[in-house]
Design a protein around this ligand. Structure first.
Ligand SMILES: CCCCCCCC/C=C\CCCCCCCC(=O)SCCNC(=O)CCNC(=O)[C@H](O)C(C)(C)COP(=O)(O)OP(=O)(O)OC[C@H]1O[C@@H](n2cnc3c(N)ncnc32)[C@H](O)[C@@H]1OP(=O)(O)O
Length: 220
């Protein structure tokens, strides 16, 4: 594309429109693909769990490994340029989010419910796949879940943004294999900045991690 070809702003906008539509079309899946992939992602999560917990002998591991490689080849026969785009409707339920995406096997997934007036909550159980210190959840995993929860709360407030700061206070170790709950609430908004507080609680109701984030709606 030559410089002269993009000098006219109307033409430039048209080019961007066509380009945006192309990206969107390339990243949008058919309903039956979404359903089939959600099922596959669930099975891959179970596979991941089996991988970190298996105690079968080495030759059996090698045999399974070869089968998994063949499956990866089959899926890769037709590849998109990037993950699918889900419903970016302010609910945070992007299909391929690494936190809440039903189609992303690395997502637990955490189902986050936006609350009117700038809040969000979630209830979830993490498996041994997310272990950090023995028998407890990895701190980075808690941070990732909180970042998403905080972001959904900011969006539910009508003031979405990019995470500019994320402060974490790990009060107690977070156990896995039990039902955890998490809540976020917008504290204040100043211009393009939104501050949000959140926490994760263990089944006994005690807070394990607290977080405060500042989201900034980019200038452009
Ligand atoms: C378009 C927004 C997205 C919307 C999403 C909609 C869907 C919602 C649905 C579902 C929710 C999903 C939830 C997702 C959750 C996960 C989110 C992530 O993982 S985000 C990835 C990690 N974060 C980054 O990669 C940021 C990288 N940084 C940047 O892009 C820029 O630095 C940015 C946008 C943060 C600021 O850039 P500037 O150019 O727009 O803003 P300047 O003019 O520099 O700053 C504005 C004010 O903010 C302060 N500021 C900016 N960054 C700061 C920082 N890091 N710490 C402290 N202050 C900061 C500045 O000092 C300034 O303050 P003064 O107005 O002067 O008072």
């Amino acid at each position: 594309m030559s410089e002269a070809g993009t000098a006219d702003p109307t033409r430039r906008n048209r080019i961007h429109e066509v380009w945006d539509r192309r990206i969107l079309a390339e990243r949008t899946l058919a309903d039956d693909q979404v359903a089939a992939l959600a099922d596959l992602a669930g099975r891959v999560r179970a596979l991941t769990d089996a991988v970190v917990h298996t105690r079968v002998p080495a030759d059996e591991i090698a045999a399974v490994s070869a089968e998994v490689a063949a499956l990866t080849d089959r899926l890769s026969a037709v590849r998109g340029e990037a993950p699918p785009i889900g419903s970016h409707d302010g609910t945070g339920r992007a299909l391929a989010s690494p936190v809440s995406g039903p189609l992303n096997p690395i997502a637990p997934p955490v189902d986050i419910e936006p609350l009117p007036g700038g809040g969000a909550r979630a209830a979830f159980t993490l498996g041994g796949v997310y272990e950090g210190p023995p028998t407890f959840v990895h701190g980075g995993v808690s941070a990732m879940i909180l970042d998403q929860l905080l972001g959904v709360a900011a969006a539910a407030n009508g003031t979405p943004g990019m995470t500019a700061t994320l402060d974490l206070r790990y009060r107690r170790p977070t156990p896995y294999g039990v039902r955890l709950t998490a809540e976020a609430r917008v504290a204040r908004v100043e211009g393009r900045k939104t501050w949000v507080d959140a926490s994760i609680a263990a089944p006994d109701g005690r807070t394990t991690v607290e977080a405060t984030a500042m989201f900034v709606m980019p200038a452009r």
